[in-house]
Design a protein around this ligand. Structure first.
Ligand SMILES: Cc1ncc(COP(=O)(O)O)c(C=O)c1O
Length: 435
């Protein structure tokens, strides 16, 4: 029988998942289109590999097992799966059509809505993926400044200008690799050393899990101004989540350009480039950034309904409350089990659970916690990507599941049985490192 969201079950039966994987592994390189959804992030042989359905914050895998989801499609599903007003907007738009031969009024309506809620959005363009808009922003900055050098911090997508800085850069021309340099977060000294009169832009995720030092973002902005470089915020994670107006609103710093995707349309594929009108104006002539599906109407309808729901339900405030409860609850449980080397940190809406190596291999620890959470109906990859649909009952269930999982982790560490307690192959590192 399939598992439910309940405590103390056997590990789920995942035979359908495994059968699909057998077929995929022979046909689809890597087996997945999104690395973070692929099997490297889950205990192989224990965790499900394919989801069939989602509602609210719950998902059902292809074997019928039910889980509370703490990943939420790796960020986009900020209201919950199947949020009624968003689904209604998509269904209504579907009656009229998906994509057309001329522009659609939603392009104007959603751009105006974004101008109202996102600081500094004097001008707005749409595309489909996060790396579409980070790459467009970098191209704009290069065109605006007449310079080539890019300084970046965080993950920004698969395109040459960024991925050439990582270990997975085969196929990226050497000429391109040399143009982007990586700077460490919260380290103004290093950044100032790298920022010069050849720098077109500084692009960063304004916050990942570490909080910006007081004034870090403000000084960064002033330094960019002084060097004649543009400041670009990659708000894939902070956008519409850290606050309705994203990190720019939360930290009260307006970048020259800001890039959004993920939460903007509750799961429909849409990305947004916004910012200074005098920079964005280059898109009218010199800088080319156009794509067939940029004005696709189902996603725009979803974005309109999503932003309105985020605003009307004050979703960022709710995520702040439930996320704080989960972070504090996790850290209290870690203390209860004598596990001072693991903690939850980050923004309440998007937190990370980390394990120090002092106690044992962090990936094995993470794998064991993941495996044990699966017994209690919780799907987890070490993150709290919260949605509006995670209510009090779900947060309490997750904390009860953490209590049991951490007790197993503590016992495994005490008896040096970390690897022996695993029923499958451990998870691999998250691909976010730049070196
Ligand atoms: C911060 C950040 N920037 C850019 C991207 C790239 O977005 P996409 O995968 O939609 O191209 C991601 C994707 O996870 C991201 O997290």
């Amino acid at each position: 029988m399939a598992n439910r969201v309940a405590l103390d079950q056997e590990l789920p039966d995942i035979s359908e998942s495994q059968a699909l994987w057998e077929r995929a592994a022979r046909l689809i390189p890597c087996g997945t289109q999104t690395l973070a959804k692929g099997p490297t992030q889950y205990v192989d042989g224990v965790a499900p590999k394919y989801l069939a359905r989602g509602k609210g914050c719950r998902v059902w895998d292809v074997d019928g097992n039910e889980f509370i989801d703490l990943t939420m499609a790796v960020g986009p599903v900020v209201l919950g799966y199947g949020h009624p007003s968003v689904d209604r907007a998509i269904a209504e738009q579907l009656e009229s059509g998906i994509t057309f031969s001329l522009m659609h009024p939603l392009e104007v309506e959603v751009a105006e809505l974004i101008r109202r809620v996102v600081p500094g959005a004097e001008s707005v363009r749409f595309s489909k993926t996060g790396c579409d808009v980070t790459s467009a922003a970098v191209r704009l900055a290069r065109a605006y400044t007449g310079r080539d050098k890019v300084l970046c911090c965080g993950y920004h997508g698969w395109h040459d200008w960024y991925i050439g800085t990582t270990s997975r850069r085969a196929g990226v021309p050497l000429a391109s690799r040399g143009l982007t340099e990586v700077f460490p977060y919260n380290d103004l000294f290093s950044l100032l050393e790298m920022l010069d009169d050849q720098t077109a832009c500084v692009i960063l995720e304004p916050m990942i899990f570490e909080r910006p030092d007081p004034d870090y973002l403000r000084v960064l902005k002033r330094a960019c101004e002084a060097a004649g470089a543009l400041l670009i915020f990659d708000e894939m994670w902070t956008g519409f989540r850290a606050a309705l107006g994203g990190a720019q609103q939360r930290f009260d710093v307006t970048a020259d350009l800001a890039c959004f995707s993920k939460a903007v349309a509750n799961g429909m594929p849409l990305s947004v480039l916004s910012g200074r009108a005098d920079v964005m104006r280059l898109l009218e002539d010199d800088v080319f950034f156009f794509t067939t599906f940029g004005g696709e109407a189902l996603s725009l309808a979803a974005a309109k309904a999503t932003i309105e729901a985020l605003r009307d339900l004050d979703v960022p405030a709710r995520l702040e409350g439930s996320g704080r409860q989960l972070i504090d609850g996790y850290n209290a449980l870690a203390a209860k089990h004598g596990l001072g080397h693991t903690r939850a940190s980050g923004l309440p809406c998007r937190a990370l659970v980390s394990f120090d190596a002092v106690a044992g291999d962090p990936l094995l620890q993470k794998s064991l916690v993941q495996q044990e959470l699966l017994r209690h109906g919780v799907l987890w990859t070490g993150f709290h990507n919260l949605s509006y649909a995670h209510g009090t009952d779900e947060i309490e269930h997750v904390l009860a599941a953490y209590d049991r999982a951490l007790s197993v982790l503590a016992a495994a560490l005490d008896t040096r049985q970390l690897a022996a307690r695993l029923r499958g192959r451990p998870v691999q590192p998250v691909f976010r490192k730049t070196t």
